[in-house]
Design a protein around this ligand. Structure first.
Ligand code: FES
Length: 189
């Protein structure tokens, strides 16, 4: 899949494999279709690359590092949404280039914070307010601070934070999904 510079990054999980042009285009189309309803004027979407660790090693509690963008793509203090695209695996099959979710990233100095864009209430996609001073969920009007604290609406907990690391200028997120509708933060395996 090409990034916003028009360059197809290497597959992080298979760095020696040549680019798959057709598969990449199909994957990009799927992502664009999935995001069509979530497009928002203040949100810039950065295409993400494949997962670094196979999901077959995953399950609740296991790290699933995903490279999502370059640190240089982020503006200090300004939340930016990135999508996560990777392979879905079960015991028998691997489905390539699936939209796994989206994340809000905020650069703070040399570090980055990440919040899942999945609303803890019922799973709608959380957006950035036009003034860029808070997040909101369009489904049932939950509101969150830029730090992810629930401030209004039915969300039973704060936005879900994700662990971030920066490796050689690449932002990587330990991607996880959590149960919705409950106050406790419980990872979905
Ligand atoms: S799904 Fe977000 S407030 Fe209901």
């Amino acid at each position: 899949m090409q990034n916003d510079l028009g360059v197809e990054p290497p597959r992080a999980d298979r760095p020696d494999e040549p680019s798959r042009v057709d598969g990449g285009r199909r994957g990009a189309l799927k992502v664009l279709c999935a995001l069509g309803g979530a497009a928002y004027a203040g949100a810039i979407v950065v295409p993400a690359v494949k997962m670094l660790a196979p999901s077959s090693e995953g399950g609740a509690g296991a790290a699933r590092w995903m490279r999502v963008c370059r640190l240089a793509d982020l503006t200090e203090g300004e939340p930016r949404r990135v999508v996560v695209v990777g392979d879905e695996r079960d015991a028998y099959t691997v489905t390539r280039d699936q939209l796994l979710g989206s994340i809000w990233l905020t650069k703070k100095g040399e570090g980055v914070t990440a919040l899942s864009a999945v609303c803890p209430h019922l799973g709608c996609s959380i957006d950035l307010n036009a003034d860029k001073k808070s997040f909101f969920c369009p489904c049932h009007t939950s509101r969150f601070s830029l730090a992810g604290a629930a401030e209004a609406g039915p969300s039973p907990r704060d936005m879900d934070p994700l662990t971030v690391r920066v490796v050689e200028g690449n932002v990587e997120v330990d991607f996880k999904l959590f149960r919705q509708g409950i106050a406790e933060r419980k990872e979905v395996g």
